[in-house]
Write a protein that binds this ligand. Structure first.
Ligand code: C5P
Length: 223
């Protein structure tokens, strides 16, 4: 029997990371944060001093970058890039912007395709990203497309950064989010768009628990 997959796609700040992790935990399924793979390549390229315009070097860097996910003692997911714990560096806006630039290169996406599909292991997989339901797992049994207003997404990001002691302006964040949305939706390969068979959930004004329950309700009757 084929391993069930639940894909959760959406723009940055839609809450897909938090929701996916919680849903995976509740179902007892594996979890893949596909954005972390793109961010890892971005960070590794930075370490190697590779220019973000040098497509050839970025493609080689993709093949050379080893990414491992491990669970720390506190249950938090750590991302190890070429043997170094890069979890915190991966979360920075710099890493996100580098990931978004790299993610527009078709050979980079192709190089990461099978690495993502390898996460489909029993009893099931929850995965979040931009093209999980459209390109990587088009045959997924459950597909969700999460959205939220740009203002709310900027606000969530602001809170998150503030709690880490990083000070940024709401204006700057909103501009960055809109720029990344435009780049992710406007690229020619695997642009951010909902799969035809995805269930849309607008999380504006919804709490985390409410969204988790809605997603679980899609899976419950058939799991
Ligand atoms: O989801 P996250 O913000 O970590 O993703 C970082 C960047 O990686 C996105 O802006 C997007 O350009 C790229 N990405 C992608 N396809 C995915 C996941 C992420 O192109 N499946």
């Amino acid at each position: 029997d084929i391993v069930p997959v639940l894909t959760i796609d959406g723009p940055s700040g839609s809450g897909k990371g938090t929701i996916s992790r919680l849903v995976a935990h509740r179902l007892g399924w594996h979890y893949l944060d596909s954005g972390a793979l793109y961010r890892a390549v971005g960070v590794a390229a930075g370490w190697a001093g590779i220019d973000l315009d040098d497509d050839g070097a970025l493609v080689r860097c993709t093949f050379d970058t080893q990414v491992d996910f491990t669970e720390a003692g506190d249950g938090e997911l750590r991302v190890i890039v070429n043997g170094t714990d890069a979890t915190d560096e991966l979360r920075t806006e710099t890493a996100g912007a580098a990931a978004s630039a790299i993610a527009a290169i078709p050979q980079v996406r192709a190089a990461l395709r099978d690495r993502q599909r390898a996460f489909r292991q029993p009893p099931g997989l929850v995965t979040d990203g931009r093209d999980m339901g459209t390109v990587i797992f088009p045959d997924a049994r459950y597909k969700v497309f999460l959205t939220a207003s740009a203002e709310e997404r900027a606000e969530r990001r602001h809170k998150q950064l503030k709690s880490k002691g990083v000070s940024v302006t709401m204006d700057g964040l909103l501009r960055e989010i809109l720029a990344r949305d435009a780049r992710d939706a406007g690229r020619t390969v695997a642009p951010l768009r909902p799969a035809d068979d995805a269930v849309h959930i607008d999380t504006t004004g919804l709490g985390i628990d409410a969204v988790v329950e809605r997603v679980l309700a899609l899976v419950a009757p058939r799991a």
